[in-house]
Write a protein that binds this ligand. Sequence first.
Ligand code: MG
Length: 305
Amino acid sequence: MKLLTFEKDGAPRAGALVDGKVVDLNLASRALMARHAAVFELPERMEDFVRGPEQVLACGHAVVDLVANGAAVPGWAVRPRDQVKLLPPLVNPPKIICVARNYAEHAKEAGLEPSQIPILFARFSATLVADGDPVIVPKVSPQLDWEGELAVVIGKPTSGRRVSRAAAMDYVFGYSIFNDVTVRDYQFRVPQYTAGKNFRSSGPFGPCIVTADAVGDPHNLQITTKLNGAVMQSANTSTMIFDIPTLIEHISDFIDLEAGDVIPTGTPAGVGFKRKPPVFLKHGDEVAVEISNIGVLRNPVRDEV
Ligand code: MG
């Protein structure tokens, strides 16, 4: 199931993508529940959908299957994809915990050694932008660089437990695409990533969350980043250094994961700043990150005004 968040009357609403159309899960469930025993009223917000019990996910599947098979729902519950304004699939994740240097070739191109322990840094939800929204070149630096990444979305709280590698995947709700856009001089001029990784409008996330059952093996997905149509990054998630269970085990050593937390799992080789000459994002560009079985996250680049 492909889940997304869209804007309606200024508020975020949970939707599912069905045959190129956006289905409002709450409105569609309300229209279908009288006639279908498996359907009850679904939440309006994706946060509540993700943190809901198993029955919520099952009911979501039932609604999507009914709509896909032609069940009658009112027109206001289903809109063509190009007529809705998408938001990040989770507009305010409790935590965004990013992984640095998780692909050996990327560490090498950056002139850095791969680490024996996952290197993590925090990104704030205020940096998130939706599919189609602009990434902004800040006035203070021209060194805006892309990092296409697989993002893990947590669906179940770890609640004080240290999660073993063997149990870790039970905590995953689904997967999305993240572009960990970075301002390189701000990243490297101090020994700490917070500023360089948290510029305004630097966190493209989306367009969808694909539920774990529909992604297949998350460690065998192709990531491709294109700048104005030219391939800049192309790698398989099988080449991650620390796989998803290892990351969840490591993070749960020190903090509880909650439903809706997002873990961008690191970028492969092919970023802009170590190219000769370096390539940075500039006004008028389009950067697109595609991950097999998930979709394409596409953003224009604009100068700060
Ligand atoms: Mg990154």
